[in-house]
Design a protein around this ligand. Structure first.
Ligand code: FMN
Length: 300
């Protein structure tokens, strides 16, 4: 057994570095390519019941160390997504279906279809910061979160991960509400915006967006740490990871595995293998025999 192997949130991974939802993953072929070139698993773009075109451009603004996006959850809708899963699964690696809906039945319908299509697990998007009626609006209501997770755990026999938002007052309360999940995924993007000073108006058509990239890493680390300390749940860390040291920081704060989004968008598909190699080198140099040995070791 390789020392990078890890079982995270009920899914066996060759190493702890996965593709995050929403980056290069609306299409089965791009997911398959990313999996073949090094990602341990891929999380799909968040898929809803109906096709959505997303917002009108500009939907992304880039700054030093971050991007802010307000895509508006563009996706083909669940009925047209089967083919993409089947193509991605040709890689023989785990594919996790990310879904968004407004209520427990909506999530259940989507999850059942994803499982039929062949996914290895479900990630509940309870955290998109810029689409009305979905995402954070659902994920900041602990009663609703509890009901959604309970409904899914009682009905499907694949691991269920809950992706939480940093844009809430009390992350532990929401984490607790989602505690029946096989893992919590932390964090989605941080609500943000940018102004075009010459046009004297917000850059994004939607005005508000979600910030990702290296600028949000410390926020992610803090939330993973807080949840690990208070709830001792399985966590998948995401937010600003660019290299092996960033990934190890998340693991030591309590994550069993990590996801990478913006760095893949910025530096390309090779980023998964380089992060994996850097983790392996750190483990070698520091005489660490397995990922399990360092999960949450920094938590006091
Ligand atoms: C362009 C873009 C689209 C995204 N779309 C989704 C999405 O559909 N569902 C979701 O759960 N997260 C989505 N995210 C959030 C990422 O999965 C991730 O949580 C966040 O970007 C932080 O990680 P990073 O700094 O590695 O990008 C998106 C992020 C970006 C940049």
């Amino acid at each position: 057994m390789s020392k990078l192997e890890i079982k995270a949130g009920g899914i066996k991974l060759d190493h702890p570095v996965m593709l995050a939802s929403g980056i290069l993953d609306e299409n089965g072929y791009t997911m398959k390519k990313i999996l073949e070139e090094g990602a341990a698993a891929a999380v799909t773009k968040s898929i809803g019941a109906e096709e959505r075109n997303g917002y009108i451009s500009p939907v992304v603004v880039e700054g030093e160390g971050y991007i802010i996006n307000a895509m508006g959850l563009p996706n083909p809708g669940i009925e047209l997504y089967e083919e993409e899963i089947r193509i991605a699964k040709k890689s023989k690696k785990p594919v996790i279906g990310s879904i968004f809906a407004a209520d427990p039945d909506g999530f259940l319908n989507l999850a059942e279809k994803m499982v039929d299509y062949g996914v290895d697990g479900i990630e509940l998007n309870l955290s998109c910061p810029h689409v009305k009626g979905f995402g954070t609006e659902v994920g900041s209501d602990p009663v609703l979160v509890k009901e959604i997770v309970k409904t899914l755990k009682g009905s499907i026999d694949k691991p269920v991960w809950s992706k939480l938002s940093p844009n809430v007052t009390d992350i532990v309360e929401i984490g607790q509400a989602a505690s029946e999940s096989d893992a919590l995924v932390l964090i989605n993007t941080v609500r943000a915006m940018a102004i075009d000073i010459y046009a004297r108006k917000p850059v994004l058509t939607n005005v508000y967006g979600g910030m990702s990239g290296s600028s949000i890493k410390s926020v992610g680390i803090r939330l993973v740490y807080e949840i690990k300390k208070e709830l001792d749940m399985e966590i998948i860390g995401v937010g600003g990871i660019q290299n092996g040291n960033d990934a190890i920081e998340y693991i030591m704060a309590g994550a069993s595995a990590v996801q990478v989004g913006t760095a893949a968008w910025k530096y390309g598909r090779g980023v998964f293998k380089s992060i994996m190699d850097q983790i392996a080198q750190f483990m070698e140099e520091n005489h660490i025999r397995g990922i399990d040995e360092i999960i949450g070791v920094a938590v006091q």
